[in-house]
Design a protein around this ligand. Structure first.
Ligand code: 8DG
Length: 128
């Protein structure tokens, strides 16, 4: 399972531009990563945000859950809302080339990971 975090502030949502692996490089995503064996989904997401963005978050409601086909094979992608507890997200450890705050309606114009497009559509619909 892959967990992804949706952080909204002032009507904008945070997305990161991936630097690797090659099939994702340059594409934008909701930051997150793989759930490790025995790990709770919420704990995995909080761990990934600390590792990749340097921030502590509280994990909230589910936005989207779907089995998706990726070059890794079939994975369950779970998107959860997150709230910042401390600090400001900054790219860490070269995981992301850059970060951007985008209004949900503009997400459709970004080269998002294919698997993230339905999440963006759900957020844009909620923002109507
Ligand atoms: N982070 C993230 N990854 C996603 C999303 N959608 C999607 O298909 N993926 C894929 C891309 C990655 O190959 C994989 C997640 O791996 P990752 O590289 O972000 O996570 P990780 O830190 O646990 O992985 P690793 O580098 O330790 O192998 O899932 C998404 O919304 N967010």
């Amino acid at each position: 399972m892959v967990v992804a975090g949706v952080l909204e502030r002032g009507g904008k949502v945070l997305v990161g531009q991936r630097s690797h692996p090659a099939w994702t490089a340059g594409q934008w995503e909701f930051p997150g990563g793989k759930v490790e064996a025995g790990e709770r989904q919420e704990d995995a997401l909080a761990r990934e945000w600390l590792e990749e963005l340097g921030v502590r978050v509280r994990v909230g409601a589910e936005v989207y859950r779907q089995q998706v086909e990726t070059p890794l094979g079939l994975v369950v992608l779970l998107a959860l809302r997150v709230a910042l507890l401390a600090d400001e997200p900054e790219p860490q450890a070269l995981e992301h080339r850059s970060l951007a705050w985008v209004v949900p309606q503009e997400l459709a114009h970004l080269p998002l990971l294919q698997s993230n497009r339905p999440i963006a559509a759900a957020l844009a619909a909620q923002a109507q």
